[in-house]
Ligand binder design. Structure first.
Ligand code: FMN
Ligand code: ADP
Length: 393
């Protein structure tokens, strides 16, 4: 997938899903679905056209020119293998991009395909508009690198992180459509959620987007808000799926509900750093996770978790480990800051500097201050048993 914070470096033309998409939850996934479908249809058309073009080429050499999808700005090709540095957008980076490589390799140069290649693109804002307006760090269900990871796994080809600054938020709805979507991103179709708002003072609605975009012959799909349906049986009422509902569940330790709304387990992701080296002395070494400061933390306490070790190769197929996690200040040892630490069940080894994905499955209990390390140790032993019982023995 291609990630850029500059519309100049964006691959065009595009079909766009537009929104904040914090959490990339089931509602967001429905907004993104139409652009993936369009991408599939477009890919098929381009393939058919290529076959047609190359059969003609056998008879008659094609006249020069590169198909649109082969045109990559030089800076982009140079940066292609760079990975996202958390919070650092100055480099105007891109991620490692299997799709792009594929795109480059599948089209022979100098064949002019008459069908244009359209990139499925999610356009979102960074920082989160709320952070821009309040000047305070706004915690997120999916900070930018997690969001990229989720978009990539959905099959999105490009993620454009529009810098949310004075200039952007001063644009009227009409200017936003004309400058950003039409001129810069060469948009061919747009998908938004029903509650989408845009332009200065959030004055534009999804319907406004539809009528403004119609002036440029750009169709806008307005995706109805998704509710927790009967398939999400944990929910008694029909509530709208939203990032704030997920946050509320996580604040209460209702992990199962949050996970159902997300369509996957809520994750904490980060490298393992050194702690006080006490864990090993009580027989429960814990890998201390360094999570981005923007990451929204759920209710403090102890959880049953699944853990993937991404190592350095970012191998998402890595095996699962089971574990227990504590998020808290560790009052028993007079901790002074909130830490996230995981003990892997029935495992021993070195995890320092490894990148872990910790998937929350079940809240077990709140954090407590114990009278002694011995009492804490006994409780952690019981936590491990509770996690084993939860995971089915
Ligand atoms: C499953 C689990 C439950 C924990 N529960 C508590 C708790 O209730 N109260 C507390 O003060 N610390 C708790 N801790 C944190 C321990 O105090 C911490 O792991 C220990 O001090 C070792 O810290 P270190 O990794 O910095 O060496 C828990 C840790 C784990 C893994
Ligand atoms: N089962 C395990 N779960 C978590 N970490 C383990 C485990 N076995 C060994 N380790 C290693 O021990 C380290 C944690 O030991 P600990 O004494 O708690 O030190 P620290 O305070 O630095 O976290 C982990 O970072 C990891 O490298």
């Amino acid at each position: 997938m291609w990630v850029t914070s500059s519309t100049e470096l964006a691959l065009t033309p595009t079909v766009i899903a537009l929104g904040k998409f914090d959490g990339v939850h089931r509602g967001h996934q429905r907004v993104i679905e139409p652009i993936l479908k369009l991408q599939e249809e477009n890919n098929e058309k381009v393939e058919q056209q290529e076959q047609y073009d190359s059969s003609r080429l056998e008879k008659k050499p094609a006249i020069g020119g590169f198909p649109q999808k082969n045109i990559l700005p030089k800076q982009v090709t140079d940066l292609r293998e760079q990975s996202i540095e958390q919070g650092d957008f100055s480099a105007r980076y891109s991620l490692s991009l299997p799709n792009i490589n594929q795109v480059e390799n599948t089209i022979p140069p100098a064949i002019a395909s008459s069908t244009e290649y359209i990139y499925s693109t999610v356009v979102t804002f960074n920082p989160h508009p709320q952070e821009f307006f309040t000047g305070k760090t706004h915690t997120l269900l999916t900070p930018v690198d997690e969001k990229s990871q989720q978009m990539r796994s959905l099959g999105v080809e490009q993620l454009v992180l529009l810098p949310f600054d004075k200039e952007l938020c001063a644009l009227t709805p009409e200017e936003f459509v004309e400058k950003i979507l039409v001129q810069q991103l060469q948009c061919r179709k747009i998908s938004v959620g029903q509650d989408f708002r845009f332009g200065s003072n959030r004055s534009g609605t999804a319907k406004d987007l539809q009528s403004i975009a119609a002036r440029y012959d750009i169709p806008v799909i307005i995706v109805p808000l998704q509710v927790c349906s009967e398939e999400l049986s944990i929910h008694s009422s029909y509530e709208r799926i939203s990032s704030s509902l997920i946050r509320q569940h996580l604040e209460r330790g209702e992990v199962e509900q949050a996970n159902q709304l997300l369509g996957r387990p809520y994750n904490l992701v980060g490298p393992v750093i050194k702690g006080q080296q006490l864990g090993r002395t009580i027989g429960f070494p814990t890998a201390n996770l360094h999570v981005p400061k923007q990451k929204f933390l759920p209710r403090l306490g102890v959880y049953a978790v699944r853990v993937k070790n991404l190592g350095e190769a970012s191998d998402v197929t890595a095996a699962d480990y089971l574990g227990v996690m504590n998020i808290g200040c560790r009052p028993t040892v007079n901790g002074t800051y909130t830490s996230v630490e995981v003990h892997l069940l029935d495992w021993t080894g070195d995890l320092y500097c490894k990148k872990l994905i910790v998937q929350l499955e079940k809240f077990l209990r709140p954090e407590q201050k114990f009278p002694s390390l011995e009492a804490l140790k006994t409780q952690i032993y019981q936590d491990c048993n509770a996690a084993r019982a939860f995971f089915g023995g």
